[in-house]
Ligand binder design. Structure first.
Ligand code: PEP
Ligand code: MN
Length: 340
């Protein structure tokens, strides 16, 4: 961290400030110019708040040089994190660049529905089954999910298909029911629910954290930091579209975030084109774009009867459309030497 002092700050004020910082355990690199003095703080500055320096009359400006997301960043963890759930792998390692597809309905609706979708997406090549038990709906009058029964049915589909499963945790109170769930999803609306993040940080299970509807990438990474700092290194990032000025799609898929996050962090990134565009016909081209941009995985909504779906039918692929998309993706994967 660099602290620029105001021009003509008196030497005794500088000395007092330096002693205060040294007392806090920092080594100070002092650079005295004609007009301005600059202090370089050496040590763990992650817990310091820039604003707290500005209360000191001698301080003109404060700049951070190291990133505030120390655990998520690549500086201290240059190698990719690879996360395993059942037979599924997320993240690129030496000699292995899997392209992992997560598929399933927006919400679990019945035993027949979730098992039929599980078997269909598995046959098409999906490696992880999704299905919501608790749904975060905009309207309290919309279908809220089957709750704990949804978890039971999802676990039945896990057994029937052999696929690992992912489902959203909406509240800390539900976590005991997640014992056999393979990946915990934290939804976009809860990206900054810090108590929930700390709780999944203690769970030790892989966590897929979705980017908030209006969250910056830095905010996403600071949320990740909560999970990592609580002791859970198994975090998967998910871009699911953000809200912009233009409503022609449900959200705006931010593809640039894929290379950006891969440069900044060591964590795998999954793209959810379904919630990004909100229209099933647009899911295949966006999926291919996300793969071309380097996504480690894709999460797609698939429903056995989209027209009758209780949630997000308009953006759900039929099993047949999903199988066709997987056939096309196989060509892309081969081109890039990736395993689908
Ligand atoms: C979902 O994946 O079912 C979901 C609700 O997504 P999001 O949190 O991205 O809106
Ligand atoms: Mn959905």
């Amino acid at each position: 961290m660099i602290v620029v002092l105001k021009p003509k700050t008196r030497p005794d004020a500088i000395e007092t400030f330096v002693s205060q910082l040294e007392a806090k355990g920092f080594k100070i690199h002092l650079s005295r110019g004609e007009e301005t003095t600059i202090l370089g703080l050496i040590g763990d500055t992650s817990r310091l708040r820039e604003e707290s320096f500005l209360t000191n009359d001698a301080v003109e400006r404060v700049m951070r040089v190291t990133s505030p997301y120390k655990l998520a960043g690549r500086a201290f963890h240059p190698d990719n994190t690879v996360i395993r759930a059942g037979n599924a792998v997320l993240g690129k390692e030496q000699g292995n660049a899997p392209l992992t597809v997560i598929a399933g309905p927006c919400s679990v609706e019945s035993e027949e529905q979730i098992i039929a979708v599980a078997l269909a997406v598995k046959a098409a090549g999906a490696k992880i089954l999704r299905g919501g038990a608790w749904k975060p709906r905009t309207s309290p009058y919309s279908f809220q999910g089957l709750g704990s029964e949804g978890i039971t049915l999802l676990l039945a589909a896990k057994k029937a298909s052999g696929l690992p499963v992912i489902t959203e945790l909406l509240s800390i109170n539900q976590i005991d029911l997640f014992a056999d769930i393979d990946i915990i999803q934290i939804g976009a609306r809860n990206m900054q629910n810090y108590d929930l993040l700390k709780e999944v940080g203690l769970s030790g299970k892989p966590v897929l954290l979705k980017r908030g509807l209006s969250s910056t990438v830095k905010e996403l990474l600071m949320s990740v930091e909560y999970i990592l700092a609580a002791g859970n290194p198994r975090v998967i990032l998910c871009e699911r579209g953000i809200r912009t000025f233009d409503p022609y799609t449900r959200n705006t898929l931010d593809l640039s975030v894929i290379p950006w996050l891969q440069k900044e962090t060591h964590l795998p990134i999954v793209v959810d084109p379904s919630h990004a565009c909100g229209m099933s016909w647009m899911v295949p081209p966006l999926t291919k774009a996300a793969v071309a941009a380097g996504a480690d995985g894709i999460m797609v909504e698939v429903h056995n009867n989209p027209a009758a779906a209780l949630c997000d039918g308009e953006q759900s692929l039929t099993p047949a459309a999903f199988a066709e998309l997987m056939r096309q993706l196989a060509g892309y994967a081969k081109l890039e030497g990736r395993t689908l």
